[in-house]
Design a protein around this ligand. Structure first.
Ligand code: V55
Ligand code: FE
Length: 500
């Protein structure tokens, strides 16, 4: 039976949608800029069935992909579930077969031989291929025009790992993709693999490493010459899994480790830096570069457990202060082994949803964008209810001058991850638009809002208005029509052969 009434987390914008939508030529308020010529994908969580275990966490929900396709001031919308093996089996049985987050011992016997992939974290397009990713599984390959699921992908048999990060990086200078796998030989394994792809998407090389701690490693970063691999304090154990718990607990005693591997290096060339436990909670990295012997990384980092869905291993209560991030600049000196830290915007506590002008990954940069809770912005509690810890602001950080600006989508709107879109291929860094979804709590409908990145504080200049609420997003991805050409006049479902 499909009954979510006993699931208190399935409320408001967190309630599942359980439908798939096509909206041709959406309603738009204001004028969409001509620079928006391309596709914005979103990875979302949307449960098909009430969970098998009590208190199952949102990270364990089924993955759905949304697509906003822009050209000439028009936009088409589509959403589809990712047909993971898990989705297909649960659809057939009309019930949940998979139990606690990343815990195979809690699955129904019918799920024993199936991938646990939910493909719910990030969409990415590289070499014309669309992937939907979950860090504990190989990526799902989708048709980028129809969102039809093709397969769980192993790069032609070359991915010799059981997992694949949800945050691969594309080098904007070379077009190469770099990714990694942790717990890369299955649950609890201390094996790490770093994968190198040619600009045409071929996996040519994997460097295998041993990690000093088996922990969540949600993101990493690249420079023009190095790969940076941060661990976290989220740890796991066989006992924990056998007890039926979800995969992670936070251990406040675990130090932060950062592995630095030369991009042209092999296994013995990795160098592990060890820091105090208050450097062990990097969830997303902003950008990094190599300057001489120094590797410099900017990222929001919390000093403790970032997520109350994962208990503290020592039984202590969740610390809401310690989850707050500060934007830190870490400098790793490859000559001396020193790991220095500087706080870039003292007093500002952003989320880990940090994005930038992706054309400047690996390079010196100035601007980043973030998602925040800001009680100083107008909030209409009478119509929208209490703001609480919901996100109502986008910030534009100036990493050169230590300043920032903010905007919102309105006093009844929450926001999701900002996505930067350049005004043109050759526009200077940060010259373009910031787009993303806003949820209007007064009307319970979603919008995609467009902000001019150089007139940031002015807020949205255009809104794509959907006649319903969307499911909750994790990450988004923009690909220009130059990098992923499409025929805007064509109905890909019905007109002739599919793209792939
Ligand atoms: C994160 C998100 C995940 C996950 C592990 O934000 C880490 C971090 C949406 O799923 O499985
Ligand atoms: Fe992420």
């Amino acid at each position: 039976m499909v009954d979510f009434s006993g699931d208190p987390s399935a409320r408001g914008f967190y309630a599942p949608l359980r439908f798939e939508a096509d909206l041709h030529d959406c309603q738009v308020e204001g004028t969409l800029p001509a620079a928006l010529d391309g596709t914005f994908y979103r990875s979302c969580v949307d449960r098909r069935y009430p969970p098998r275990v009590a208190n199952d966490i949102p990270y364990n929900a089924d993955g759905a992909i949304d697509m906003f396709r822009f050209r000439d001031g028009h936009v088409d919308f589509r959403s589809r579930y990712v047909r993971t093996p898990r989705y297909v089996a649960e659809r057939r049985e009309r019930r949940a077969l998979f139990g606690a987050y990343r815990n195979k011992y809690t699955n129904d016997p019918l799920a024993t031989d199936l991938s646990m992939n939910t493909a719910n974290t990030t969409p990415i397009v590289h070499a014309g291929k669309l992937f939907a990713m979950k860090e504990s599984s190989p990526p799902m390959l989708l048709d980028p025009h129809t969102l039809r699921t093709i397969e769980e992908h192993d790069f032609g048999g070359r991915l010799g790992a059981t997992s694949f990060t949800a945050h691969p990086k594309i080098d904007p200078t070379t077009g190469e993709m770099i990714a990694f796998s942790y717990e890369a030989k299955g649950d609890l394994s201390d094996d790490l693999a770093v994968h190198f792809f040619t600009p045409d998407g071929t996996l040519t090389r994997s460097v295998w490493l041993k990690c000093p701690v088996v922990s969540m490693m949600h993101d990493f970063m690249i420079t023009q010459t190095h790969v940076i691999l941060p661990t976290t304090g989220m740890v796991t154990s066989e006992a924990r899994l056998l007890a039926g718990e979800n995969h992670w607990a936070y251990d406040p005693a675990v130090p932060g480790y950062v592995g630095i591997l030369p991009r042209d290096g092999t296994t013995q060339d990795v160098r592990w830096f060890q820091g105090p436990p208050d450097r062990a909670m990097l969830i997303h990295a902003t950008n990094a570069r190599t300057e001489g012997n120094k590797v410099i990384l900017d990222a929001p980092v919390a000093r403790g457990n970032f997520n109350p869905q994962f208990p503290n291993a020592d039984g202590s209560p969740f610390d809401h202060e310690a989850r707050k991030n500060t934007v830190r600049r870490w400098t790793f000196d490859l000559a001396t082994g020193a790991w220095d830290e500087e706080i870039l915007f003292p007093g500002v506590t952003p989320t880990s949803f940090t994005r930038m002008d992706d054309r400047f990954i690996t390079k010196a940069f100035r601007w980043s964008f973030n998602l925040l809770t800001d009680t100083a912005l107008p909030w209409d509690e009478a119509r929208a209810g209490p703001l609480g810890s919901q996100w109502n602001a986008w910030y534009r950080f100036d990493h050169l001058h230590g300043t920032y600006e903010k905007c919102s989508a309105g006093p009844t709107h929450t926001l999701l991850e900002p996505q930067f879109v350049p005004r043109g291929a050759d526009a200077p860094e940060g010259d373009g638009y910031v787009i993303g979804v806003a949820n209007n709590l007064a009307t319970m409908a979603s919008e995609l809002v467009v902000v001019d990145a150089v007139d940031f504080a002015a807020g949205p200049i255009a809104r794509v208005k959907l006649p319903f609420r969307l499911h909750m997003q994790v990450h988004g991805w923009w690909v220009s029509s130059a990098d992923l050409p499409f025929d805007f006049g064509r109905d890909y479902d019905y007109d002739g052969p599919q793209y792939l």
